[in-house]
Design a protein around this ligand. Structure first.
Ligand SMILES: *[C@@H]1O[C@H](CO)[C@@H](O)[C@H](O)[C@H]1NC(C)=O
Ligand SMILES: *[C@@H]1O[C@H](CO)[C@@H](O)[C@H](O)[C@H]1NC(C)=O
Ligand SMILES: *[C@@H]1O[C@H](CO)[C@@H](O)[C@H](O)[C@H]1NC(C)=O
Ligand SMILES: *[C@@H]1O[C@H](CO)[C@@H](O)[C@H](O)[C@H]1NC(C)=O
Ligand SMILES: *[C@@H]1O[C@H](CO)[C@@H](O)[C@H](O)[C@H]1NC(C)=O
Ligand SMILES: CC(=O)N[C@H]1CO[C@H](CO)[C@@H](O)[C@@H]1O
Length: 318
């Protein structure tokens, strides 16, 4: 029993060795041809085994490395000639191509595979559309604006971005087909457009422009400043002219005059300030005036202002 076991182990490797010895392995073939092709164009790839005997018939097959179960083209070289494999280029050819050489109608010859040929298939870029996120008519300052240049067709595409017809200069993140502006400000308002392009060779390039997208950045109102002047009326009474001013903020702005919390009056304006006038009595505390500035984005209260007009009257007729 011990002995038989030992014999089997010895015989195993011997059988394997003799079978391998009977197989003739082809040398590695070399695949060559152009490195780039236009979709739909005709391209010839070539494959050969350098130094091979002319008498050996070899069958060559072209594959995409990513899909080894699908033969893209083949050629039988019966008298040692260079294998020419003609192809009409489709996106299946994009990536690493390999050539497999095997014995023509001879399974006793072990096949071999070439090194890869990195081939790029250029599909001319077409129909790009600029999509904005958020997609509303306007965006508030501080938000993130993302613009995507979405293509329908095209490979190896690069993108150029335009703002009011000039190349985008402001800081942004550019990633593939997307432009991201973090924390937009009013300066980012304008018309955006992208141009997608790809290139086949030095003279043949393709490009296509997107639609323009108008981005309107709205600003929040800044804290209003409240101040007042006093004017003397014709009838001898006095009027306080209260100014509320918010230098920043997208119109339409609303200014509300408050006596502490009580709303006295509201005005809307597309300017930076409004004037409120109010009859006052001298040497009397008229209240704690504040103004509230708002637009659709936010509202901010001013500091309070004590409205007291004391006056030493130095008029000669008094
Ligand atoms: C660009 O897009 C491709 C495909 O959509 C993706 O695989 C790749 O990760 C992207 N590149 C970056 C830097 O995000
Ligand atoms: C680029 O490709 C076009 C179309 O195939 C061809 O007519 C042209 O001669 C090529 N130009 C160069 C510089 O190879
Ligand atoms: C797009 O192509 C045209 C010619 O077809 C060229 O004049 C223009 O400069 C190209 N635009 C870009 C952004 O590459
Ligand atoms: C503001 O409120 C104070 C206290 O309630 C009051 O005395 C004053 O008359 C008010 N002023 C106006 C202008 O309404
Ligand atoms: C300020 O104005 C806004 C918008 O009109 C309003 O919602 C808010 O209550 C006001 N604030 C005060 C303190 O009156
Ligand atoms: C007899 C035999 O197997 N013939 C094959 C030789 O190879 C070609 C392809 O190159 C086949 O079409 C034949 O059937």
């Amino acid at each position: 029993m011990e002995l038989m076991h030992l014999t089997l182990i010895l015989i195993g490797p011997l059988v394997l060795f003799s079978r391998m010895g009977a197989l003739e392995k082809l040398d590695e073939p070399v695949l060559f041809g152009p490195l780039v092709g236009l979709e739909g164009s005709a391209v010839d790839f070539f494959c050969e085994i350098p130094g091979k005997l002319a008498t050996l018939s070899v069958h060559y097959e072209l594959y995409a490395e990513k899909n080894p179960s699908r033969v893209l083209g083949e050629y039988s070289s019966l008298s040692g000639e260079l294998a020419t494999i003609s192809q009409v280029i489709t996106t299946k050819h994009d990536g690493r191509l390999i050539c497999k050489a095997s014995g023509h109608n001879n399974t006793d010859i072990e096949s071999s595979i070439s090194k890869g040929l990195d081939f790029r298939v250029i599909v001319p870029v077409a129909e790009v559309m600029l999509i904005s996120h958020p997609s509303s008519d306007y965006i508030w300052e501080g938000q993130t604006l993302t613009l995507q240049c979405k293509k329908t067709k095209g490979t190896y595409v690069s993108y150029d971005w335009f703002w009011n017809d000039t190349p985008v200069q402001m800081p942004y993140d550019k990633n593939n087909d997307t432009l991201t502006i973090h924390s937009v400000s009013a300066q980012n308002t304008g018309d955006y457009m992208c141009v997608a392009s790809n290139q086949y060779n030095d003279t043949t390039t393709f490009n296509t422009s997107s639609n323009a997208v108008t981005v309107n950045v709205k600003e929040y109102v800044s804290k209003p400043k409240i101040s007042f002047d006093v004017a003397k009326n014709e009838d001898g009474g006095f009027t306080a002219i209260i100014t509320c001013q918010s230098t920043k903020g997208t119109p339409l702005k609303f200014f509300t005059l408050l006596n502490y919390t009580e709303v006295l009056t509201t005005e809307s304006t597309d300017r930076t300030s409004v004037l409120f006038s109010m009859p006052i009595e001298l040497n009397r505390y008229m209240g704690q005036m504040r103004c509230n500035a708002s637009n659709e984005g936010n509202w901010v209260l001013s500091d309070p202002l004590s409205l007291t007009v004391g006056m030493k009257l130095n008029q000669p007729n008094k």
